[in-house]
Design a protein around this ligand. Structure first.
Ligand code: NAP
Length: 335
């Protein structure tokens, strides 16, 4: 597996998004199945593991911490705070809270669930717009000084917010949705990352399954699958997007890879400072995804891919109005 750099860490060019083992896409697998997948990722040379306090309301960190404990020194362990489950009388709910005291508590809880003394890369999961970004990043910076965190990242921020944060403490990574069908980072964030020396970590890099080709009909998604709340996956809109897939799959065949590998290879060829983190519950899919690091694309392939799947050809917003209001929307394509 080729290596790429995030802050001081040399990591596999493709990391593993661990969220899917506890959260988001229907029923999660049993913990032993999740642990087996994490171990297979290690065997395949994956050294970058991405979790968060939010995923499974802490359950994902517990799973990852336990399964990878014996390999802690071999991996770059990433987690996130500032958005977590909070217990209310009617149950646990997701809350964005970027106050320094909340970030400190999130980090302590994460360290304990992960069973480690230090988190290699700790992201602010969302900028809490009620709190100046300088205050939230100041709290993260204190965690670095206290030896609880080795480097800092941000998720779903604009270039403006990134620059303000970087003035407080160097930002090692920005993690935001980016794939052929979600191009917002191309407006300004990728450029800002390059200028500031931050690595860009694309999440949902295979478009939540769309770019894997097999998901042609969304009517069978589980009732609690998060894609049900995303405009792009609404049945009529999705049908328009599916119309792009025949040509996309033909291009994958021409290159000699699978559709999911094509999506990941496009990211790896876009910039040497990108480290995508696909997520999966399925070991065959994991093997396929890690294999994408060996796929070679020509400039002509890149051009044809971008002409086929882009902001004009893809229909529907990526998030609901509620979720859009929670991200930093200074620079966004409207489509
Ligand atoms: N910072 C943030 O706010 C944020 C938000 C979302 C996600 N993330 C991180 O990013 C990671 C990845 O994002 P994501 O899971 O939302 O999107 P993704 O990786 O683009 O897509 C995951 C979906 O694609 C399917 N899939 C993956 N590889 C496949 C393959 N080779 N063939 C067929 N289907 C495949 C998975 O199903 P199977 O399980 O069946 O393979 C799953 O339904 C997460 O695990 C999480 O760590 C971060």
């Amino acid at each position: 597996m080729q290596q790429r750099q995030i802050g001081p860490f040399s990591v596999s060019a493709i990391g593993l998004g661990c969220m899917n083992l506890s959260h988001a896409y229907g029923a999660p697998p049993a913990p032993e199945v999740g642990a087996a997948l994490l171990h297979r990722a290690l065997d395949l040379g994956c050294t970058l593991f991405d979790t968060a306090a939010l995923y499974g309301f802490g359950g994902n960190e517990t799973l990852v911490g336990k399964a990878l404990k014996a390999h802690r020194h071999e991996i770059t362990l990433c987690s996130k705070g500032g958005m977590a489950g909070v217990t209310f009388p009617d149950g646990v709910k997701r809350v964005i809270d970027g106050r320094p005291e909340a970030i400190r508590k999130n980090c302590e809880d994460s360290l304990s669930r992960l069973g480690t003394d230090v988190i290699d890369l700790y992201y602010l999961h969302r900028w809490d717009k009620k709190v100046p970004i300088e205050d939230s990043v100041g709290a993260l910076s204190d965690l670095v000084r206290a030896g609880k965190v080795r480097s800092i990242g941000l998720s779903e921020v604009s270039a403006t917010t990134l620059r303000k944060a970087h003035a407080v403490h160097p930002i090692a990574a920005v993690q935001t949705e980016y794939s052929l069908w979600t191009r917002n980072p191309e407006i300004a964030v990728l450029q800002a990352c390059q200028e500031l020396g931050a690595t860009f970590v694309p999440f949902s890099p295979v478009a939540r399954g769309f770019l894997c080709g097999g998901l042609r009909d969304v009517s069978g998604l589980a009732h609690n699958d998060i894609r049900r709340g995303m405009p792009r996956f609404a049945p009529e809109t999705y049908a328009a997007n599916v119309a792009l897939l025949d040509a996309y799959e033909a291009l994958a065949r021409e290159v000699g890879c699978t559709p999911a590998q094509l999506a990941l290879a496009w990211l790896l060829h876009k910039d040497a400072r990108l480290v995508p983190i696909p997520g999966t519950q399925n070991i065959q899919h994991l093997e396929e995804n890690m294999g994408a690091a060996a796929v070679v694309l020509t400039p002509e392939h890149m051009q044809r891919l971008e002409a086929l799947i882009n902001t004009q050809t893809v229909k529907g917003l990526r998030y609901s109005a509620q979720s859009m209001s929670e991200v930093d929307t200074e620079e966004f394509f409207t489509a």
